[in-house]
Ligand binder design. Structure first.
Ligand code: MEV
Length: 443
């Protein structure tokens, strides 16, 4: 039985020592507090200095949560070869990305095109005065807002970025008095969230000042909120692969190239038509994308939110597309991707830093290309399996590997198990029985 009452409010938790936080948690929520404490503490970093860095990323930290850090080699992207770092807990993802990368390496590799890198932010406000005054004065308000931000944007301007434009949007047909300033920014190699939000909060202050000045009314407007938008449809990249259909070769189950190409294209069209399939299809794309985004210290929630919003324009649909034209198979991914390679976790997290070094310290545009290529590779591998053998074959191999590890099979036993289960259904019990029999025979 847990010793403490878990319904009791705990105060001053954040200022407790880490060890005391674990102790409180273990005693309140677990029946074996000693074991829980030992386990969590075993994941503390051996270096206090490194642990301090990790603790600095969040609050109320009690331990670290290990995730596999894997590599997908053989990615040929715009003529350059990369070994891509991936952090993911789902088996088969890295294997699938690596296999698709190797497949396309001998067929010209991945090509990418950056559409733009524009980021967006918004100041949402209610305007209670005559709206003509606002529209008539907006040009001068805009100039003043940008001028008031000159100190904040000086550094970004020196790096070749800064505030691009401010647009007034009238939403009064949807909500009474509601207007918005939609601001666009270029943040160069950084994600730019802090820069954008600082500018937006300054815009809000200045807007209130000028709004009340031009109307002579302290109640002319009320700023509701100022925050970046994670929907950046112009900050986008297109990654593609293409080859002659014949060069696709033959596939498992002796499927020849033309049949494969047609079945593959049909599967993509199904994901374009049906949101239920599109969600799973795009999830497969983000299996690869999130893994690289995490490994490079970027914000996978922001990237996913943006991608799904983009996929939902009109009706939620596939982010990838395929066509067969004049004997050529072409497959591409058109996806928004706001990432950074400087600032934030990218340089603070020791492994994220190494990941970027492994990629030879790309700028934001190059990282957009790498991530999009991995997303496309991941999607290619998933759909290739789905239209040929089905995905269970590959998944079951990983499943078998995990069960064998769990049952502490030796290398020889694993080899025997792989050949035995080649044409049989894998289950925990079946593998245990197989191992028992093999071990009995040996004895
Ligand atoms: C599983 O994580 C991802 C897939 O379901 C993607 C897909 O169906 O395209 C295999």
């Amino acid at each position: 039985m847990a010793e403490k009452d878990k319904t009791k409010t705990i105060s001053g938790f954040s200022s407790m020592r880490k060890r005391d936080k674990i102790k409180w948690m273990a005693k309140t929520f677990f029946t074996d507090p000693e074991a829980v404490m030992r386990e969590l503490m075993s994941y503390w970093h051996s270096s206090d200095e490194q642990q301090k860095i990790l603790d600095g990323f969040s609050e109320n930290t009690v331990s670290n949560f290990p995730m596999p850090f894997g590599l997908a080699p053989n990615f040929l992207i715009n003529g350059k070869t990369y070994c891509v770092p991936m952090v993911i807990e789902e088996s088969s993802v890295v294997a699938a990305a690596s296999s698709a990368a190797k497949f396309w390496m001998t067929r010209g590799g991945f090509k990418t095109e950056i559409i733009d890198t524009k980021k967006l932010g918004q100041v949402h406000f209610l305007w209670f005065a005559d709206k003509q005054i606002l529209t008539d004065h907006f040009q001068s308000i805009k100039e003043k807002l940008i001028e008031d931000c000159s100190d904040i944007s000086a550094n970004m301007n020196n790096r070749g970025g800064g505030i691009l434009d401010l647009e007034l949007i009238d939403f009064t047909d949807k909500k009474e008095n509601y207007f918005q300033i939609r601001a666009s920014f270029e943040t160069c190699d950084s994600m730019g969230a802090n820069f954008i939000n600082t500018c937006l909060e300054q815009f809000a202050k200045s807007l209130y000042e000028y709004g009340t000045n031009i109307t002579g009314d302290a109640n002319a407007l009320e700023v509701n909120m100022s925050i970046l938008s994670n929907y950046t449809p112009e900050c986008r990249v297109i990654a593609s692969v293409e080859c002659n259909i014949e060069d696709l070769g033959n596939f498992k189950g002796s499927m020849e190239a033309h049949t494969f190409a047609r079945r593959f294209r049909d599967a993509i069209e199904i994901a374009e038509i049906d949101p239920y399939r599109a969600a799973t299809h795009n999830k497969g794309i983000y299996n690869g994308i999130d893994a690289v985004v995490l490994a490079t210290g970027n914000d996978f929630r922001a990237i996913e939110a943006c991608g799904h919003t983009y996929a939902a324009e009109g009706q939620y649909s596939s982010l990838s597309h395929c066509k067969i034209e004049k004997g050529i198979f072409k497959f591409w991914l058109d996806i928004p991707m706001a990432v950074g390679t400087v600032g934030g976790l990218t340089s603070l997290h020791p492994i994220a830093k190494r990941s970027l070094e492994l990629l030879e310290n790309p700028g934001a545009k190059e990282l957009m290309s790498i991530i999009a290529a991995v997303g496309l590779a991941q999607n290619f591998a998933a759909v290739r399996s789905l239209v040929t053998t089905g995905i269970q074959e590959g998944h079951m191999k990983m499943h078998l590997k995990n069960i064998l590890n769990h049952l502490q099979a030796t290398d020889t036993e694993s080899e025997q198990a792989f050949s035995h289960f080649n044409d049989k259904i894998v289950s925990f019990n079946a593998v245990r029985e197989f191992l028992q029999k093999t071990r009995d025979v040996k004895v």
